[in-house]
Write a protein that binds this ligand. Sequence first.
Ligand code: NDP
Length: 316
Amino acid sequence: MEILKTLIIGSGPAGYTAAIYAARADLHPVMYTGMEPGGQLTTTTEVDNFPGYPEGVDGPTMMVQFQKQAERFGTEVRMGFINKVELSNETGGIHKAFVEDGTELHARCIIISTGATAKYLGLPSEQRLRGGGVSACAVCDGFFYKGQEVAIVGGGDTAAEEATYLAKICSKVTMLVRKDHMRASKAMQHRVNNTENIDLKYNTEIDEVLGENVVEGLRMKNNQTTEAQEIKITGLFIAIGHKPNTDIFKGQLDMDDSGYLITKGKSTVTNIPGVFASGDVQDKEYRQAVTAAGTGCMAALDAERYLQNVKDLIKV
Ligand code: NDP
């Protein structure tokens, strides 16, 4: 058993930014990286929209730089997956976290930055071409398809928003919705319907993404008539939702219907004193590296204030 002042769970932009701020404030952060060290950005190629990289940077390189910066101020980064927590309801209480190797950690304060995982269709051809034209983030990767024809799957607000975003960059966007209606809000549907270069196809599902190393097209079918069709595209965007990585917090932290952690007002404060949430695990709307980093900073500042307020109780 080990006693920590600050435990950070998750190693994406939110976790590392929290670590940089926490380490500089003498909160002695120890980070557990989770199953995918570096988070979702390690599965992308070029990141062109993070300020401070005028030439762009590839995702894995950027995450190594985040780690180095966090370590420079004394963050201890450990590979490992926390698979259980027992959170204390008391202000100044000790929270327990259990690592998959059996290590038991006791922490005064926990910053959760476990992120969210994009859902994919699960087709072998889709998985093979991830990073070769298949992407789950239009805002991140849309620019690479400037002037080209692309497709997007999904009928929710994300798909509708991303379709209109792509329509400004690409020559044509084919939007595939599996039902005969969209789940997106009426306002978003209206925007899609009023965008000339979006070709909306209802009752349509993908059978196969075509192309050997890069996306060249789609084979799809109408699920009512079974009529098959092929189109040529260079980019396929999957926008069928995300799953926040919050399973281990169920029953202890307040969540919305989709499992996103609920934070109070503009802060990163959860319903448990001394437990803070930052990044995509508490944000289903913006989901950008830079917004995640911003809330990571907020979580460290919230943690610092919390520890300051309960310092009489703290013996670590
Ligand atoms: P949603 O869960 O709302 O929508 C997912 C969409 O993907 C649905 O149309 C669903 O179809 C479709 N889908 C799911 N699985 C498959 C599949 N295997 N094949 C094809 N289609 C599939 O996710 P979103 O990411 O769109 O939104 C998440 C939440 O975030 C929502 O509450 C949304 O309102 C909110 N949001 C708000 C925004 C804003 O206010 N600006 C922007 C973005 C998101 P079906 O309907 O058939 O199940």
